[in-house]
Design a protein around this ligand. Structure first.
Ligand code: ATP
Length: 927
């Protein structure tokens, strides 16, 4: 399909015939599959990805590794062949480990990209389906709604007040009004093709439908090969900071390594040996894996979040989530279930109750507990008519399966609605009253629609009878509708709307709102003959008020728990809703958002406040009612000004600026528009508030895990450097040979460090206050812990080396090999014990249980077995210059490595219970 094809100058019949599409049913699935094979996926060519082989080779590009490899080859040429081969093997193993980690991280990022890939609503086999935009084929019919990003080039077939912003393509930022009729000039430019919609542009208003004319690289966008989306490729602030830290540590380590090497040579050791020692120490001690490990922790965390329905689009959000101090959430559908049922109707000055549950269209209309009389129904029928006409939702029932038909279970099929849930509730209501849109539209077809948006808070349709009479049917927020009404219909008569009438309606509105009902008002207007200007300003005035409908939208039980959880975690929940203040407060109370002094304000009040005033009061407000999307942006800014880290949800197009401005912009996966999703850092697959809190919990856990990594890695490396450095300063022979150093690095930094990333969240993770975003990774005493444990590992290893060198008589091997083997084992076991301490900063391993993370136990067992192998397998003994150890030597090594863990165990099992008992007795005694 050629992009320059002049689809705009074809009429609809010509276009559909050319593409072989049925305008009522779309393509058949079979035909769509065939075309997908023929034309390929609807994607722009992606930049070529780095191949696994290149990724593996890049592991060797590290400067230090290159020097080590060169040195190894030189030492091999000088005769140390076994050493050279082993060092090479270790380096390759290390690179393999690095490769596996990087590859996994890359794969999970790719999976994430697939999850956030755009979707399109197409008509296939006569039904509307949501499919990945990549599966669109020429000839597909795509339905468009406000907020959609257009997924392919389309010839428009329907346009209801459709406006599209095409700046990505034409540079023109003012939205273009679209229509469907054919354009006479085949040469008209892109910007003038009013009956076309192009890939990458955005629907800013109205609804429509379009016939796909070209896909993928054949679209206009494909021609200019613009990059549509980048997901999750930014480095996080922590990654950047750690990269800097890594660089400082590299220089520090290099300095120390140089001192170790030079001192050794000065003391008469072989220069080659010392050169290798220096380099091996550098390779082992430089925490080159630090930023990579953060990426892995983030990747693992992101996977966990996906399992909890939170899809992260921008990696930095994972970190910021852990710092969130305020979550601003929409009400409808996020804090509430979005399963609405109309419970009350107010017409003719009377309140009618509606019975029935769920979406099943069965229920009664009752006045004071009794069915309505014919006269009492009059006003109600008018309201039901407006509710049915001014509506785009549909009530559906599962298809009857043969089995159900045979077993007679015809009544058990689920009812569901498609479209806006508010309108869905009204369709159920009208069906209960025996009124259907289909029947009504036969007599009075719809001419146009003035669509709902959260700014206007109302919607209208204009319909026309056979005799030419045009009527506008309007529904919307009661306060808004009432302002547009001049008349009211009472007992079938239209009279002027007086202030008393208004008061009565508003009182009933408040009554319903206090019962947490969401209220909609209904009105109509018979338009003068030949009324042509079907615009908002001309149609929606001089209306006749008919009545109110109150619908129940209960809070999600999981949201109630989540609000409580976030409160314990020091995070404030704020409700931002377009709904009435009284309804909003009633629901906020049920949810626990309002408990004491928290206040609520309305959009009107906000309009009167300056930004400074809002910032002053923002800390006290928990509910913002009757606000429009533009207020959200002001609220986010005010919160930020007060130093808050704000998460903000949004779904409509107009929410996008606030979502973008928030520290953590959150879009709704189900009801959210493409534009908002693109502006967001995270998407909620289930639109549920509880998912945000779950994501915060994961965010905190991920950060904790990164700190665990850092603590383990840096303390171990400090221990290694210190052993070698102090040994050299003391004029001792090398405590560990280069090959042993490299092995320590492989055994301890490999599996155990990765397994730490799979550690569960601490039990108190949601009982701590939020972390400050600029707080150092070494805060809360982590730096001290690293330094002290590092020093302890270094000193203990050196001590054991001294014992092996001077106090224990050599058995079997020579004295120095014995001492080195002992130091070697002590260093490894120090680290293997220490990794259990790093499981948590707040709980000891005895409180958490050794097996709470089975991967860690497995990793430690594997590493210990690997260590035993290099000590007991004879040919490895030669390579690693080790000797077998006898029980006394082992005891010394293990006590050296594990004494702290043993002490912690004694404290936990013996001293702590005794202390508790003591405290208990004292308290008991003093009573
Ligand atoms: P949230 O709590 O997520 O902001 P909301 O539904 O309360 O959602 P809006 O969608 O902005 O907020 O709706 C604002 C008001 O507009 C509602 O309280 C209702 O009175 C009215 N309204 C909602 N949906 C429709 C609709 N489809 N047609 C007409 N009026 C509507």
């Amino acid at each position: 399909m050629n992009p320059s094809g002049q689809w705009h100058s074809l009429d609809l019949i010509e276009a559909t015939t050319k593409l072989g599409t049925d305008l009522r049913k779309g393509l058949s699935s079979k035909e769509a599959t065939r075309r997908l094979e023929q034309y390929g996926p609807n994607q722009l060519a992606e930049p070529t990805r780095i191949s696994p082989i290149k990724m593996f080779i890049s592991q060797f590009k590290d400067f230090m590794v290159l020097i080590l490899l060169t040195a190894t080859i030189i030492s091999g040429l000088l005769g140390e062949v076994a050493d050279a081969i082993t060092i090479l093997a270790i380096v390759v193993l290390n690179a393999t480990l690095g490769f596996i980690q990087e590859y996994r991280a890359e794969k999970s990022m790719e999976a994430l990209k697939k999850l956030t890939a755009p979707e399109a609503r197409v008509l296939r086999d006569g039904l509307e389906k949501k499919i990945p935009a990549a599966d669109l084929v020429p000839g597909d019919l795509v339905n468009l709604e406000t907020g959609d990003r257009i997924a392919a080039d389309l010839r428009l077939t329907k346009a209801v007040n459709l406006e599209i912003e095409e700046s990505t393509l034409t540079g023109e930022s003012i939205p273009v009004k679209k229509r469907t009729d054919k354009l006479p000039d085949p040469e008209s430019g892109l910007g003038d093709r009013r009956n076309m919609a192009y890939m990458g542009t955005v629907v800013t208003r109205g609804r429509g439908q379009g016939l796909v004319v070209s896909t993928g690289m054949h679209t206009e966008m494909g021609q200019i090969a613009a990059i549509m989306q980048t997901v999750g490729e930014e480095d996080t602030p922590l990654q950047k900071r750690l990269e800097q830290l890594g660089k400082i540590l590299v220089f520090l380590c290099l300095g120390i390594c140089a001192v170790v090497a030079v001192t050794g040579i000065w003391r008469g050791e072989s220069p080659m040996q010392m050169f290798l020692s220096g380099i091996s120490l550098a390779v082992a001690a430089i925490p080159e894996g630090l930023p990579a490990i953060v990426t892995i922790a983030l990747a693992i965390g992101v996977q966990k979040m996906i399992r909890r329905q939170a899809i992260v689009r921008k990696l930095p959000a994972v970190e910021t989530l852990g710092c969130a101090t305020v979550i601003c959430s929409d009400k409808t559908g996020t804090l509430t279930k979005n399963e609405m049922t109309v419970r009350q109707i107010f017409v003719n000055g009377q309140t009618i109750q509606v019975t029935g549950e769920g979406y099943e269209p069965r229920g009664e209309f009752e006045l004071k507990g009794k069915p309505l009389t014919k006269k009492e129904r009059e006003g109600l029928d008018k309201l039901l008519k407006i509710a049915a006409m001014c509506n785009n939702a549909q009530l559906k029932r599962e298809k009857l399966s043969v089995k159900d038909w045979i077993t007679g279970k015809k009544g058990n099929r689920e009812w569901s609605i498609s479209g806006d849930p508010t309108e869905g509730a009204l369709v159920v209501l009208t069906a209960k009253g025996g009124v259907t849109q289909k029947e009504l539209e036969k007599q009075e077809p719809r001419l146009t629609e003035l669509p709902f948006d959260s700014e206007r808070k109302r919607m209208s349709v204009v319909c026309q009878k056979d005799n030419g009479q045009r009527t506008a049917y309007v529904k919307g927020a009661p306060d808004v509708i009432l302002d547009l009404c001049d008349y009211i219909e009472l007992a079938g008569r239209v009279v002027r709307l007086t202030n008393e009438h208004k008061d009565l309606v508003l009182r009933h509105n408040e009554d319903m709102a206090r019962q947490a009902l969401r209220v909609l008002a209904f009105a109509y207007r018979e338009l003068p003959p030949n009324f042509e200007e079907l615009e908002v300003d001309t149609v929606e005035k001089n209306l006749v008020f008919v009545g109110l409908a109150g619908m129940l939208d209960p809070p999600r039980p999981s949201a109630i728990r989540a609000v409580e959880l976030s409160q314990a975690a020091g995070i404030k929940t704020v409700m931002i809703t377009g709904d009435h203040q009284v309804t909003a407060c009633a629901i906020a109370r049920e949810l626990g958002i309002i408990r004491g002094k928290e206040q609520s304000v309305t959009g009107k009040e906000l309009d009167r406040w300056s930004d400074e005033e809002l910032a002053k009061r923002v800390d006290d407000i928990a509910v913002y009612a009757r606000v429009s999307p533009k207020h959200k942006l002001r609220i986010v800014r005010a919160l930020k000004q007060r130093g808050h880290i704000t998460a903000m949800t949004g779904d409509g197009v107009n929410d996008a600026p606030a979502v973008k401005e928030a520290d953590i912009g959150i879009a709704m996966g189900r009801t959210g528009t493409d534009v908002t999703k693109e502006a967001s850092a995270m998407v909620l697959a289930d639109d549920n508030f509880a998912t945000i809190v779950a994501a915060v919990e994961e965010g905190r856990a991920i950060y904790d895990n990164i700190r665990k990594f850092i603590r383990y890695l840096l303390a171990c490396n400090t221990g290694e450097v210190l052993t070698m450095f102090l040994g050299t300063l003391m004029g001792l022979p090398l405590p560990l040979l280069p090959i042993q150093m490299l092995w320590v690095n492989l055994v301890t930094d490999g599996l155990p460090a990765i397994a730490l990333g799979l550690e569960n969240a601490d039990p108190d993770v949601m009982r701590r206050p939020p972390r400050h975003p600029r707080e150092s990774v070494f805060s809360h005493g982590l730096g001290g812990k690293i330094a002290s444990r590092g020093a302890q590992i270094g000193l203990v290893t050196l001590l054991v080396f001294l014992i092996g060198l001077f106090l224990l008589p050599a058995r079997g091997g020579d004295q120095i090999s014995q001492a080195r083997t002992m130091a070697f084992c002590t260093l490894v076991f120090c680290q293997l014990f220490y990794v259990f301490d790093c499981k948590s900063e707040h709980y000891s391993v005895f409180e958490l249980g050794f097996f709470s993370n089975p991967y860690l136990v497995l990793a430690v067992v594997c590493s210990a077995l690997m260590q035993l192998t290099v000590i007991y397998v004879p040919w490895l003994q030669n390579v690693f210059h080790t000797v077998p150890l006898h029980p006394l030597q082992w005891t010394i090594c293990l006590v050296g490595g594990g004494w702290q863990t043993v002490m912690a165990g004694i404290y936990y099992w013996v001293i702590h219970p005794i202390r508790l008992k003591f405290v208990y007795l004292r308290v008991h005694h003093s009573r």
